[in-house]
Design a protein around this ligand. Structure first.
Ligand SMILES: O=C[C@H](O)COP(=O)(O)O
Length: 230
């Protein structure tokens, strides 16, 4: 698992299948994330497709989204469905302040809580996530309506979130219709990773095909020289 206190900001690229995973791998993605872009913000792929993605990623970090459950019981079932795939992390939507009683996190697969920007999360949500047993926390947009992460949440609020994640030893991520030009401002907040789909697709259409040139450019912009520590 990446060191949550590291200043290295990784590039997460969401892929729909093994062919896209190979593109992301070859383009320099650090973390290859299985997600069905046709099914909203956190559409889960089948266990079979996640296994196929993991198989082409070699020693590259992998994750897979497990869906948008309504409560802890449903979350437990969503996570269990993908826990045996060999994926490195599972990501699951989690409403700020949700009661974690009854949440069963799979043994051996760290889980990242995905908070939606529309709900107005901030650093105050992080201690509860750590207490619930999550290994990481990220903010993404739910709507995928063209508005970017920073259209919902100002940089100081996002800085508070990433700082709280570091303080609690959680891997942190920021995503939400990000563009290449968002990289400097967001990388300066020292998240564990920045997550992309639409911004790396042709014509910025997240349901379209990934563009290898954009993946390589994102990787280049996130590589040395690293941003100064915030
Ligand atoms: O986890 C990252 C997401 O897949 C981001 O998707 P998006 O860039 O289309 O909002």
């Amino acid at each position: 698992m990446p060191d949550p206190s590291s200043s290295r900001v990784r590039l997460l690229v969401s892929v729909r299948d093994a062919a896209e995973a190979a593109l992301a791998r070859d383009g320099g993605a650090d973390l290859i994330d299985g997600k069905d872009p046709e099914r909203g913000a956190l559409g889960a792929l089948s266990a079979e497709t996640v296994r196929a993605i993991v198989a082409v990623c070699g020693d590259r970090l992998t994750s897979a989204v497990a869906g948008e459950p309504r409560d802890a019981a449903e979350a437990s079932a969503c996570l269990a469905a993908l826990a045996g795939t060999g994926v490195g992390y599972l990501k699951i939507a989690w409403a700020p302040g949700r009661d974690a009683a009854g949440l069963l996190l799979p043994a051996g697969t760290p889980v990242i809580a995905v908070l939606f920007a529309e709900d107005g999360p901030d650093g105050a949500d992080v201690p509860g996530l750590a207490q619930a047993g999550f290994s990481g926390a990220m903010i993404d947009t739910q709507g995928k309506d063209g508005r970017r992460l920073t259209d919902h949440l100002a940089l100081p609020r996002l800085a508070g979130f990433t700082a709280a994640c570091r303080a609690h030893g959680l891997l942190s991520g920021l995503a939400g219709s990000l563009r290449l030009d968002d990289i400097p401002d967001l990388a300066a907040l020292r998240p564990g990773y920045l997550g992309f789909r639409g911004g790396l697709c042709a014509a910025a259409d997240r349901t379209g095909r990934l563009d290898p040139a954009r993946i390589a450019e994102a990787a280049r912009r996130l590589s040395a020289p690293r941003v100064a520590a915030a």
